[in-house]
Design a protein around this ligand. Structure first.
Ligand code: THU
Length: 161
């Protein structure tokens, strides 16, 4: 028997001012994106902003549907759009923010498992680490790459084994 550890390192901040101007802008774009959320069912507005290596920022928000499972999370809306518009451009980072009951949440909300899987495949596809910023009013988390958010992930190469 061998024991292995899969470690996630989280950098915790208390204010957006602690970031450089590029990351401050990315976080504010994620906050802005929450306002385009279509979430009449959950009323939970999620915004994502993706910084591409060409400098462009792509925004997305969660889009719900009366047939509930047909809706999609903000992260995947933004990620799929970025990949369809710029299939060959690596992603540098993603920022995520949530707005509920008239305010941004105090604590950072991490992406769901399905979104992690999608983000991870983009990270692998371009072989470029995707930094993650999770915004909360009282706490902001930074994680170096998506792999740290999804240890023991399903890899596309496994399909060939
Ligand atoms: N949601 C996201 O947009 N991203 C996540 O990572 C978690 C959940 C959305 C889906 C749904 O529209 C609402 O939040 C409540 O689950």
């Amino acid at each position: 028997m061998k024991k292995t550890q899969h470690i996630t390192t989280v950098l915790e901040y208390t204010s957006i001012e602690e970031f450089d101007s590029i990351n401050q802008k990315l976080i504010s774009k994620a906050k802005e994106a929450t306002q385009s959320s279509y979430s009449p069912y959950s009323k939970f507005k999620v915004g994502a902003a993706i910084l591409l290596e060409n400098g462009e920022i792509i925004q997305g928000s969660n889009q719900e549907n009366s047939a509930y499972p047909s809706g999609l999370c903000a992260e995947r809306v933004a990620m799929f759009y970025a990949n369809s518009k710029y299939p060959d451009v690596p992603v540098k980072s993603i920022a995520i923010a949530c707005f509920n009951n008239g305010q941004f949440l105090d604590r950072p909300i991490p992406p769901c498992g399905s979104c992690r899987q999608v983000l991870l495949e983009t990270e692998e596809r371009h072989n470029t680490p995707m930094r993650v910023f999770l915004y909360g009013q009282k706490q902001i988390f930074e994680i170096e790459n998506i792999k740290q958010l999804l240890p023991l992930y399903f890899e596309k190469d496994m399909l060939d084994e």
